[in-house]
Design a protein around this ligand. Structure first.
Ligand code: ADP
Length: 260
């Protein structure tokens, strides 16, 4: 008799505990959704006025209204540059809020990572202007097929290559490669740049994280790019890993299921 009663009480407590945990999880999920919505609304609201400020600054800069005084030019340039940074920040926040929420719809097409690499190469070209960097683009003869959203996958390649270029001094080498390894499509981006201190590497994919070296060297950024990359890769059923040697260089490797 007593054993059974105790067992039943135990079960009741367990059910209650589970119930409590479930409501806690639901509450957290709702809070997370609310946070995303807040970030998204604020970014939208910020982007419009900032875009207008940048637009008018550019008109003042290029003399559309009146010819600017020599002394004013660097000031306009600073306003425009910082305005651009705010626009980039707003866009990244909007992307992240979108990527986090369940409402996002992804294209599921057959994508050749070789083509994504070629598009990234074209988009990165202006960044290489006036830089003394060797950039190698290596792709297999055959298509490297995966299933996913072409725009998002291109973004992954772009972000990783842009980082490699940004965090590598002149005279360095950046290599971006796509290939098939077994049943995986592999994208790897290697650089001979500033690297990431070992103790900071586990934070790389957190929102807003910027390494101590990047901050010391005053290299600009929001710390959102890699968290966007990680979210896209994970949504495609893939993984991302980093190997880095501080002040020597880094390799970021993305693995996605290959499409046969
Ligand atoms: P951002 O580049 O805007 O700062 P990311 O999320 O792309 O943001 O990167 C986060 C941080 O990770 C960077 O600030 C930098 O410290 C480090 N990092 C990313 N890529 C590299 C790289 N290729 N070499 C060295 N550090 C890197």
């Amino acid at each position: 008799g007593r054993d059974v009663t105790e067992q039943r009480q135990g079960q009741d407590m367990l059910v209650q505990a589970l119930e409590k945990e479930r409501t806690a999880v639901e509450r957290l999920r709702a809070l997370d959704e609310a946070k995303n919505e807040f970030v998204s609304t604020v970014s939208h609201e910020l982007r419009t006025p900032v875009t207008s400020i940048v637009g008018y600054t550019e008109m003042l800069q290029d003399g559309t209204v009146v010819a600017p005084l020599e002394d004013q030019l660097p000031l306009f340039a600073t306003i425009a540059r910082n305005g651009q940074r705010l626009i980039v920040l707003c866009n990244d926040l909007l992307t992240l809020a979108g990527l986090d929420s369940e409402s996002i719809t992804w294209e599921a097409e057959e994508v050749d990572l070789g083509e994504a690499l070629a598009s990234a190469a074209a988009a990165v070209a202006p960044m290489l202007h006036e830089r003394d960097l060797t950039v190698l683009w290596e792709t297999a003869e055959e298509p490297v097929r995966v299933v996913g959203d072409p725009t998002q996958l291109e973004r992954v390649v772009m972000n990783l290559v842009t980082n490699a270029v940004k965090f590598t001094e002149d005279g360095g080498v950046v290599r971006a490669r796509v290939e098939v390894q077994g049943d995986e499509a592999v994208l790897s981006v290697t650089d001979t740049g500033i690297g990431i201190p070992a103790e900071e590497q586990s934070n790389l994919f957190q929102k807003f994280f910027r390494s101590s070296t990047a901050q010391k060297e005053a290299i600009q950024g929001t710390g959102l790019g890699l968290s966007i990359v990680a979210a896209i890769v994970s949504a495609h059923g893939g993984t991302i890993r980093v190997r880095s040697e501080h002040l020597e260089g880094s390799t970021f490797t993305v693995r996605l299921p290959v499409k046969y």
